[in-house]
Design a protein around this ligand. Structure first.
Ligand SMILES: Cc1cc2nc3c(=O)[nH]c(=O)nc-3n(C[C@H](O)[C@H](O)[C@H](O)COP(=O)(O)OP(=O)(O)OC[C@H]3O[C@@H](n4cnc5c(N)ncnc54)[C@H](O)[C@@H]3O)c2cc1C
Length: 355
């Protein structure tokens, strides 16, 4: 928040409660809507109870499956939607790929939710203004000795007294950047154990707003596809809807071209807002799993991983070489503030220990 204020970055106060839900017959009744909320609460309570006796290797799936199966059949689809949008979208992975014990580990962040309505560029601009930046350099090797670090890229070598490496966990898992000497086994084991899931977005820009203007969020109780939408109209004053898919569904759909993804999304949106919803004039879809510089969206607690793995990642590889980035944040993984604070911590280590 300090950075936002210091850079006068425009914000929009986003309210997750300001949500309208639909299914293929249109808007849900208040009763059906509250039923979904209370069934999600039951599932969350079942998870909290199961966490007491969880082993590190247990996944979330059996508990979630049992909790859904215990509900009357007529409510199970609503419960699956609630699990999809509250858990799978949030943690970017299916319950089978999330640790029962730790999937939600971390600290609470105080304050409400803000969207940066004009994006992050003013913050990045301010943070980078005093630095020498080399962009679009693809790193293939990081070599370090007792006296310094050399980074090999497609645009030549860069040497420095020390380095803080913020490669995404997906890239570290794939071993696409060679460390010389190799990473310590404590770091490599943590990289292997933690999960790196996928949350994808589709932005559809329309010729005009043809849906309720004021809700911040729309939910769609369907078959798993595009069940959560942010209404960007109140945020940007432009007729844009932003839809999400996560987990295995998101990963398997990355091979589809934009037009096909938009067609699937439009089926959902026309069920919600009516046949008269015009075709979008612009479509942008992310494919984070396929992106070679990301290989997934953000880290998660896979079965078998523990908070000790995040601590292992933060430990200096040497006084001159540290990892940083969202996966290194024990309290706020998978977030921008987690990534930022881990960068501060690694820089502090470097300044204190190596120079
Ligand atoms: C769909 C989605 C929604 C999200 N929503 C939120 C949210 O609401 N709130 C929130 O706080 N966070 C959110 N996040 C998470 C947030 O974006 C990440 O946690 C954060 O960006 C991580 O920052 P990072 O610096 O660790 O990694 P990144 O931002 O991934 O930066 C890593 C950089 O390394 C570069 N790189 C990779 N390989 C190489 C190479 N070989 N050579 C050179 N460079 C390389 C990449 O290009 C990238 O620029 C969301 C993420 C996604 C995908």
């Amino acid at each position: 928040m300090n950075l936002v204020a210091a850079t006068s970055t425009p914000t929009f106060s986003f309210n997750y409660e300001n949500m309208w839900r639909y299914n293929s017959s249109g808007a849900l009744s208040d009763r059906a809507d509250s039923q979904i909320e209370s069934d999600m609460e039951k599932i969350e309570n079942a998870i909290a109870r199961a966490q007491h006796n969880a082993r590190n290797s247990d996944s979330l799936k059996p508990t979630v499956d049992r909790a859904i199966a215990s509900l009357p059949a007529s409510r199970q689809n609503g419960a699956r939607y609630a699990v999809n949008t509250n858990l799978i979208h949030e943690y970017a992975a299916d319950p089978a790929r999330l640790s029962l014990a730790y999937f939600d580990a971390g600290a609470e962040q105080r304050g409400g939710d803000l969207l940066l309505s004009a994006g992050y560029s003013s913050i990045f601009g301010a943070l980078s203004s005093a630095s020498e930046l080399h962009l679009s350099c693809v790193v293939s090797r990081i070599s370090h000795t007792g006296t310094g670090v050399t980074v090999t890229t497609n645009k030549g070598n860069f040497t420095a007294d020390a380095a803080s490496v913020t490669l995404p966990l997906g890239v570290l898992k794939a071993g696409k950047v060679v460390f010389s000497p190799a990473l310590p086994s404590s770091h490599q084991n943590a990289i292997n154990r933690l999960g790196h899931g996928t949350l994808n977005k589709i932005y559809l820009e329309f010729p005009r707003v043809a849906w309720p203007e004021s809700p911040h969020l729309f939910g769609y109780v369907g078959d798993g596809w595009w069940e959560e939408w942010v209404n960007l109209y109140p945020v940007t004053r432009r007729p844009i809807l932003l839809g999400f898919n996560a987990g295995a569904l998101a990963e398997s759909s990355e091979s589809r071209p934009d037009a096909q993804l938009a067609e699937l999304a439009m089926r959902v949106l026309r069920n919600m807002f009516g046949r008269s919803l015009p075709n979008p004039v612009r479509v942008t879809a992310t494919r984070w799993k396929r992106d070679p510089f990301s290989l997934g969206s953000y880290s998660s607690w896979a079965p078998g991983s523990t908070p000790g793995d995040r601590s292992a990642l933060v430990a200096p590889i040497s006084p001159r070489l540290l990892l940083a980035g969202e996966a290194c944040s024990r309290d706020h993984p998978a977030t921008v503030h987690g990534a930022y604070s881990s960068g501060l911590i690694s820089s502090h280590h470097i300044l204190k220990d190596s120079l």
